[in-house]
Design a protein around this ligand. Sequence first.
Ligand SMILES: Nc1ncnc2c1ncn2[C@@H]1O[C@H](COP(=O)(O)OP(=O)(O)OP(=O)(O)O)[C@@H](O)[C@H]1O
Ligand SMILES: [Mg+2]
Length: 827
Amino acid sequence: MAKKPANSALTIPILPQFETRARRPLFDGLWPGIDGSMWLWRSVPMGSVPDARTEEGAVAVGHGLANAYEALAAFAGSGAHRSQVKSTYRDTHALLLNVPTTFKANPKSPIADELNREYGDRPTIQRVLLFGVRLKATTGNGTLKSAVDSVWETLRYGGSPLSDYEKDHRDMAMVFSRAGFSVPSLQELHLADSWWNYGLAKGVPVLLHDEHIHFFHSAAEARAAVDINRLDCRDWPEAIGEHAISFAAVESFDLDFTPATDTKARWVIPLLENGARGISIRAKVEPSKVTRNELRGQQRRYRADLSELQAQGKMDRAELEERETQLTSIERAYANGGPATLMDTSVIVGFSGVIDDIDKFSPPGAELSPMLNRQGTAWHETMANSAVRANPLQHDLPQTTISYSALPTLTRIGDADGAMIGMTEDDRQPAYLSPVAAADEDTLPFLYVLAATRAGKTMLLQNIAHQFNRLLHPQVIIDFKKNSDLSDMVRYSGGQTISLDDMVSADGPLDPVRIFPDRADAIAKATSMIHRVNPYHDSRVDAYANDISFAISWGIENGAKATGQALMMAAKAGLIEQKIIDPIFKHAQVYPMFRATFGIEPHTQALNLADGLTLVRSGATQVELPPMGMDPADLPRAEPAVRNSLNVIRMLVWGSLASLSSRRGVLHFDESWMLEKASPSDLDEVGRLCGQWGVFPIFYNQRPSGPLKIGLKGYISRFLIGHIKDEEEASAALQLANIDNPRALERITAERYHGDGGGLNWDSLQHLPDGNGGVARGSVFYYADLRNRLATVEHRPSDEFLRLGDQSPEGISRRQREKEETLLALR
Ligand SMILES: Nc1ncnc2c1ncn2[C@@H]1O[C@H](COP(=O)(O)OP(=O)(O)OP(=O)(O)O)[C@@H](O)[C@H]1O
Ligand SMILES: [Mg+2]
């Protein structure tokens, strides 16, 4: 087919001059329309509705909008009749923009390059809720005509006619500030003008079809499409660079008195799930007293009509009663005030793509209708500061229908910076963990990672440690688990590995007197150490407690630098009987593990972990733990090997904290239930010292019932909760974190596969295989952050990292084999 003549471009409705209804934004969110109107815009704070920690939390996300609408209602003119005051109602425009993009790390992050490498191609979403109100001029005729006619650039802010808006600007800014809204950035305002084109250039060639609009990447592509088939886009080849938006209107709401906690009330969520890119809600705000007045008049008439119908036998008793109940409930709702009313409310939704049957996207609480042949005007109605009104389907609604619709929903979680744990499942927002985010004084600075075996705790540990290392936080990882080997990852990250073997062969590098800079702490810890290790193996340890404490304290006062040295000095001075200290020294000789915490020589140095990343593992010196379910009160009667192991774990924790102190350090304790067993009563103190020394402790634990039992509920500041099959343990985790969310319990306990050989269960938090040895989805954790928010985050490191950090026996032996092969090849 011959090419069309060159003037075919003229037939393409390219509308660059109309790609916006707004002029250039001024300052403080002031934004004039091309029709001479002046609007004040704000950005509404977002919060997660679907995954809130509590129902109240989910509802609270809507409070800001509700406050704003209520406050705006108060600006209506005085008068009780709608007809008198309607012209004074405020014009409002809520505009939700939901634009897909790809992840880009904050360029200010010192590990931006690393994050971009790991996550750079992953999809994310830019979502903003803008709220605008049309300003009223106090003097003049309220238009900006003169200003529009003049050159904007020469307009002096504060000069006429902008000054006409000064008072209203101030009033509205106050309303918004009380509602918690903030001044939008220019970039956010730009999104209002370009959401249909992924936030890029706003002026693109468009082609209007009956039920959608095509936006082309270039004029040439628009021409090509028109050449192929102007009216039917189904004939266009894939190669044509374009995308479509289908505009629909909400035709009716079916919410009656649905409570705000009901999923039906949250009608925006299904719209977003179905690819809504823009949701525009225009309304005028009416005070509830006017509505109440209107209702009274209407209902008198309505009741009269109803009794007449019944008298004529056109309505049965039951129906009459039903209507009556409805009327009474509406009256009751407004009896003590009631919410402000949004009048002439128009809701337009722009969905991504060509959608044939828009009704299938209708959420449970509302019905959508296509805007047949009105796509262009619908688009223009959604534009900021636009005077175009395309939607004949308008509603009078209680403000709550919009405020609690989940319009400001955005799942975001975690700290402003730090290590990136992954992306939220909902909305794909990056989730960070900062080791220095200030902890509240009422809580312990701990992060608890709670998840069952194989759920991905240790993998997460390694990823966090790797990033913190790049962020120059000194760290210690304590990993006493048998058959685990984190050393490959530690080496990859540039860290060092040491083992207990190195410590048991030295003279008390973990001696509490060497570890604790504070003398009172040192005396208390040295005394309790001997009490717990119990070198007498019987109750003499209680009888001697005072003598031992006195001797240690005297020795330290007189210059001793280690526990054993202090005891020897006191014995020499005749302050403690030899028969008391002999068994202690004998114990140190017999058990090297105890020797690691019991120093005799004055000149040995305490454990000093170098800067950077240090992995401490058990090595040939295996730690032995008390049998399951042993009462902590019975620990002094446990086997000596158990008592020594618990002691060394305890001192290692103190020692690590001390060497990390004042350096923004981080302590990771994998399988931290060992510590809970070793010294449940110490955890409070670990918390206190971490606060004092500025160390961030992360505990990785399979059994949430442990910390719950020792009374840590309500004290821990952050949680990451992964898959836990055992329902009791899962409940314990939720209880510990103060999460009251039935869906969370369901997901935490859900298993990887649907029962009976079924397919993958995407509800499960376990990582999901893709069937080709790869990963379909990483492991997921519920993240409860410092700001009391809750969201699920997918941890999905690169394949290379997964190989390095794999702790399965096959993974470890494969790495071992590879190392041997490399060595062989070098020979
Ligand atoms: N984010 C992830 N994506 C994909 N696979 C993962 C992920 N995290 C862990 N895995 C896989 O799951 C296995 C178990 O993970 P990990 O060793 O971290 O579990 P764990 O919770 O520490 O278990 P345990 O309590 O037994 O130590 C890993 O060897 C790895 O193969
Ligand atoms: Mg593990």
